[in-house]
Design a protein around this ligand. Structure first.
Ligand code: NAG
Ligand code: NAG
Ligand code: NAG
Length: 256
């Protein structure tokens, strides 16, 4: 309850009714936050929340994906982002855009080939550059979510950036995307993906606390929220005790 009071204070004058939900529910889901136009406040609210004073390590979720794969987008939009939003104090998310891409050394420069064509390479590169330039997951994850849930992933970069990180210049991102920095970062993603043990066989490829098994993958895809709550060894945060998130149906995988 204390945290909701904090939120109300943080929202201050914005208390006129702008949606059909009570203020206590505004940050309970991303859809409601959007409807009530408090997405930014909710992000601040989540990032400022007192961390659970516990020595238990966060549950580590690494997502190996590619920007235009339907199954990847489904997992990111319906499972990973909402779970991260609700459980940010006990989850540590790492995003690695590359997936089933291939790289070749063409006279000292890395050239990438993506499963869903050049546009996917472009999307992977944009997301990689955003992660690197912005650094703070509370700022870059909403942009990636915004892009991945847009009809046109690459085209939405500009508008998503303007909404979630207006201080970051589009030019800076594009310089990375089209320059040596992006090339070097994508090569790191390639090495990281190729170094997976066991090697990835499809995307989205989900690694939970450094491990990948069919069972963990299947649990993550049917309800990441429950998986994270159940794996966390410290005192369970409120959402684990109160929330019911309906498991979503298994998404399609993009086989290499
Ligand atoms: C989160 O994961 C990254 C990358 O694996 C790691 O460097 C970092 O220490 C982790 N943070 C926490 C709080 O566990
Ligand atoms: C890439 O190719 C260039 C020459 O074409 C070579 O000098 C360089 O060592 C190669 N790099 C790697 C990492 O294989
Ligand atoms: C997305 O927009 C770009 C132009 O910015 C266009 O070239 C591309 O074909 C579009 N992709 C889709 C899937 O509509």
């Amino acid at each position: 309850m204390r945290s909701y009071l904090f939120l109300l204070c943080a929202l201050g004058a914005a208390s006129q009714p702008i949606c059909n939900h009570p203020p206590s529910a505004w940050c309970s889901s991303w859809e409601i936050a959007k409807e009530c136009q408090v997405e930014k406040q909710c992000l601040e609210f989540y990032s400022n929340r007192d961390l659970v004073k516990s020595s238990a390590p966060s549950v580590q979720i690494d997502l190996y994906y590619e920007s235009l794969c339907g199954g990847c987008r489904g997992f990111l939009i319906q499972q990973l982002f909402p779970t991260w939003l609700m459980l940010s104090e006990i989850i540590n998310v790492t995003l690695v855009p590359y997936g089933n891409a291939l790289e070749t050394n063409v006279s000292g420069e890395w050239v990438f080939n993506c499963q869903h064509g050049p546009e996917e390479c472009q999307g992977n590169m944009m997301e990689t550059c955003l992660i690197h330039i912005i650094g703070d997951i509370y700022q870059y994850f909403p942009i990636l979510f915004c892009m991945e849930s847009s009809y046109n992933v690459t085209k939405s970069l500009e508008s998503c950036l303007a909404v979630y990180a207006p201080d970051v210049a589009l030019k800076t991102v594009l310089e990375c995307v089209n320059g040596d920095l992006g090339n070097k970062l994508m090569h790191q993603n390639a090495q990281r993906t190729e170094g997976l043990n066991p090697p990835h066989e499809y995307v989205p490829w989900i690694v939970v606390d450094g491990m990948h098994t069919d069972e963990l993958q299947s649990q993550a895809q049917s309800s990441l929220f429950h998986l994270v709550c159940s794996r966390y060894k410290g005192p369970k945060p409120d959402p684990c005790l109160t929330s019911e998130i309906t498991p979503l149906k298994r998404d399609v995988l993009c086989i290499n």
